[in-house]
Design a protein around this ligand. Structure first.
Ligand code: PHB
Length: 390
């Protein structure tokens, strides 16, 4: 560009602001969104789905939110909590992002929340369910478009008790998400008269399930409740089917067990019952349009992670629209995000005071290659937000 042409452009922008055609924010640079997501490891597909969903919403808005063109930078967090603070600091201090979007793994997300708090950077969590994020770590600048680990666990516990299941063993990766998912399940299940007889674990992201399955067989519970996701969930469901335990013991779980995994799990997943805030055959028009567009753009079926990415962008869009792209107006932005009713493919939802979705949980059954919606397990379930002082 010639210097003269650049000067003319700058003069035009100034004139536009003076005449009220453009707001100061619209005349600003692009708005920078920093994705911190897993692009490698057991959660790699989940990170990609979240980014795809987020981009889909931005594309539907012509590449802009609140009048600002969106620019992306990204970092692979590898689902490694030991690298999380450094990675988040890179986005905030080196890349100067306006908002961080991440991540999948609860341990990594808790480190991100601390960095977001220390720097007062806006953070939208598009998956990780760490209860603390909308509990003791809750803050005006931290939002979640997904769920708390307690929510799907609690919903499944209630369903299991209602189905007159009496005894259950729990089995999960030993980290915040697994522990909290089991806690939620136990709360719902035992309140309804069930009893968790044993809690089994293995380190994240291990997939050596054989010894644990042998233990389950010896314990002979009515059901096993599990939290696994991504590549680990594929391996677990296949190992479970191969062990032949399903004839005498019911396998149940938080819906991540069968979400985005059904192609790879094949017949091994047939008939599994899970609870989640999404299903593959919802009938609302928003979901129909979302699924069609996603399949067309990415040549893939969407899953819960894609929905959560899409809704993270919707939440940001609602905030930016209210302040006409002026992210410096943090109070106005936060207020608008807090008040938004998000028209999600999962069904509409609002945010709790702690900034976590208040949403319906579906009971789903794997039928062919879909998680079929059987019933609403719990309507309008809000996380208890224990320890949040907002
Ligand atoms: C988490 O670590 O919070 C987590 C990871 C994967 C999921 C759900 C929750 O599918």
């Amino acid at each position: 560009m010639t210097p003269c042409f650049t000067r003319t452009l700058a003069a035009t922008a100034l004139l536009s602001i003076a005449s009220g055609v453009l707001s100061p924010a619209q005349a600003q640079d692009k708005l920078k969104v920093g994705f911190m997501l897993p692009y490698t490891g057991t959660f790699a597909a989940l990170g990609v789905a979240i980014e795809n969903g987020f981009r889909q919403y931005v594309d539907e808005q012509g590449g802009k939110l609140g009048g600002r063109t969106i620019e992306f930078v990204k970092v692979d967090d590898e689902s490694d909590p030991s690298k999380a603070a450094d990675n988040a600091n890179k986005l905030v201090k080196r890349d100067n992002v306006d908002v961080m979007v991440g991540t999948v793994h609860s341990g990594v997300a808790m480190a991100m929340a601390k960095v977001a708090k220390d720097n007062n950077t806006l953070l939208i969590v598009p998956n990780a369910g760490a209860d603390a994020i909308t509990g003791p770590l809750c803050a005006p600048n931290i939002f979640r478009s997904s769920f708390s680990n307690w929510q799907p666990g609690y919903a499944m516990g209630k369903v299991a008790a209602d189905k007159k299941i009496k005894t259950a063993v729990t089995l999960t990766w030993k980290y915040a998400a697994g522990d909290e998912s089991v806690k939620g399940f136990k709360e719902g299940f035992e309140a309804g008269g069930g009893k968790v007889v044993k809690e089994l674990n293995l380190p994240f992201p291990g997939v050596e399930f054989q010894a644990l399955l042998t233990e389950v067989a010896a314990l002979k519970p009515d059901a096993v409740y599990v939290f696994f996701a991504g590549g680990g969930a594929v391996k677990f469901v296949k190992d479970w089917a191969a062990a032949g335990l399903g004839n005498s013991i019911k396998l149940i779980g938080a819906g991540f067990l069968t979400d985005g995994t059904l192609e790879a799990q094949g017949d091994a997943a047939k008939g599994l019952l899970t609870t989640l805030h999404y299903a593959d055959d919802l009938t609302n028009p928003k979901d129909k349009a979302f699924r069609l567009q996603y399949a067309k753009t990415y040549k893939l079926q969407p899953d819960v992670y894609a929905v959560q990415g899409y809704d993270a962008a919707q939440m940001l869009g609602a905030g930016l629209a209210a302040v006409k792209g002026d992210v410096k107006n943090r109070d106005g932005l936060v207020k608008a995000m807090e008040a938004a009713r998000i028209d999600s493919p999962r069904g509409p939802f609002t945010l709790s005071k702690a900034h976590n979705p208040v949403q319906d949980f579906y009971l789903r059954e794997v039928t062919g290659k879909v998680n079929r919606n059987v019933a609403i397990a719990v309507k309008g379930l809000a996380d208890p937000a224990r320890g949040c002082k907002l």
